[in-house]
Design a protein around this ligand. Structure first.
Ligand code: ATP
Ligand code: MG
Ligand code: MG
Ligand code: MG
Length: 434
């Protein structure tokens, strides 16, 4: 993308109402624009990042055997009356009325709807197990929307729903999602820790939240330091095999949010390995048995012909919240430092002298080598402006070309994460980044 033609509306001033770094940086880098309280438009840079996050989530869900669908944002109140949650959900639910005075709502989650859909088709034990997910906008009328996309009212969530014939099957599905979550967050460069958690309005009795540590996190967490040293991508995963060892490994050390904190168990952790910190919830998985299948009337014929009420779980990831969380974990004074896997563009080509024939030619070749994963700063601006913008937007690599270097065919590469600089020929520069 050529910056001379791009819509990348950066802000010069730090927005006064943004309290945390990720919110400030997302506004300054022109990633999002708030259109009303807790509701955001995603601008080109932010939208690219959101799609990259979404794609990693999708790949890991698919790998774990879940299948993608897309359910609507608008649901009928009747569906939620069937489960008994219509009144229970309270003021976080945005309630609407259509022209025929039918009561509708903007979905805050989809347990009822997916169970209702599944029920229409699932007739026998052969239709199980299944795991269906979608990546769709949700609405929760949060009392205090804040921290930008981190606590929005409209936000993008991946929610998956598993259906199994029995308890053992449901535990297997739970472990598949548990492992998929570890992989998903690790691929984004995050140290996400699974922690025992409360089930809240979803209900059920087994639940883990996945959190990353950050000073600005809204949860208080307690964990064993070992967990921060484990590497979620180091072991190959066989989703058809027994995943208990992986889950046992991750749950073998103490980790809990404050609602589940157990002082006696905590006291068993050696003092020098105790970490108590703030955390951001980026994912949450639940096993809740037959709570929704029973309420919604889902039954299938078992192998012996007897009717069985399937066991369910649900599994959420805050896709739009992750964009903020990743920035919280990857920034400095100058701006964002995107991990490569979710950077909006891998490289920014900075032309320090627009109109100089050798400089333009070298920049064109660099840009061509990486397009469409490159931005080309071909604006008629001072070098200082280009440096500052590239640092702010956080592209992993900057390829800087000025007339002095161009005269001898040299490119300066700057690595955003470390600040490391290299002077290389065009070919070596391309090879280094690729
Ligand atoms: P929180 O405790 O932050 O209010 P939650 O526990 O209510 O979140 P869940 O019902 O577990 O949320 O939803 C699954 C995921 O959706 C959460 O782990 C979080 O990443 C994301 N999420 C929930 N609420 C919001 C929100 N208001 N804005 C952005 N993401 C959200
Ligand atoms: Mg909430
Ligand atoms: Mg929560
Ligand atoms: Mg939660």
């Amino acid at each position: 993308m050529r910056l001379s033609r791009a819509f990348l509306p950066t802000l010069k001033e730090t927005p006064a109402d943004a309290q945390i770094a990720s919110h400030r940086l997302m506004l300054r880098a022109g990633m999002v624009r708030q259109t009303s309280a807790g509701i955001y438009a995603w601008l080109p840079l932010g939208w690219r990042v959101l799609q990259k996050v979404e794609q990693i989530v999708r790949e890991e869900q698919d790998r774990a055997g879940a299948q993608e669908i897309l359910m609507p944002t608008i649901q009928t109140a009747d569906l939620w009356r069937t489960s008994g949650r219509y009144d229970a959900y309270g003021p976080e639910m945005l309630r609407l009325q259509d022209r025929h005075d039918r009561e509708m709502l903007y979905g805050p989650t989809n347990e009822e709807m997916v169970t209702d859909i599944f029920k229409t088709y699932a007739k026998s034990y052969r239709d199980l197990p299944r795991n269906l997910y979608h990546i769709q906008w949700k609405f929760r009328d949060e009392v205090r929307p804040r921290f930008g996309v981190m606590r929005g009212r409209e936000f993008l969530m991946k929610d998956a729903y598993s259906f199994d014939l029995d308890y053992a099957g449901a535990q297997k599905s739970y472990r598949q999602m548990f492992v998929a979550y570890l992989r998903t967050f690790a691929r984004m460069g995050l140290k996400a820790i699974p922690m025992q958690a409360d089930t809240g309005p979803i209900g059920g009795n087994l639940s883990h939240e996945f959190l990353i540590l950050a000073e600005t996190g809204e949860s208080q967490v307690y964990l064993h330091r070992d967990l921060l040293e484990f590497d979620a991508l180091s072991q190959p995963v066989d989703y058809d095999g027994d995943l208990s060892p992986v889950m046992d490994f991750w749950t073998s050390r103490y980790a809990a949010t404050d609602e589940k904190h157990d002082a006696a168990a905590w006291a068993q952790v050696p003092a020098e390995r105790q970490v108590s910190a703030r955390g951001i919830e980026i994912g949450h998985i639940f096993y809740f048995g037959t709570k929704y299948s029973a309420a919604m009337g889902l039954q299938v014929a078992g192998a012996d012909g007897k009717m069985v009420v399937p066991e369910m779980g649900s599994y959420g990831i805050g896709v739009s919240r992750l964009v903020g969380a990743i920035i919280e974990a990857n920034h400095d004074e100058a701006g964002i430092r995107w991990p490569e896997a979710i950077a909006p563009f891998k490289v920014a080509v900075l032309n320090l002298k627009q109109g100089d024939a050798a400089t333009d030619a070298l920049c064109d070749r660099l840009y061509a080598a990486f397009d469409p994963d490159a931005v080309y700063d071909d604006r008629a601006d001072r070098a200082g402006v280009k440096f500052a913008d590239a640092d702010l937007m956080g592209y992993p690599w900057q390829a800087i070309v000025g007339p002095r270097g161009a005269a001898v065919g040299k490119v300066e590469l700057k690595r955003r994460a470390t600040g490391e600089r290299l002077e290389l020929s065009l070919e070596d520069a391309i090879a280094r980044i690729k």
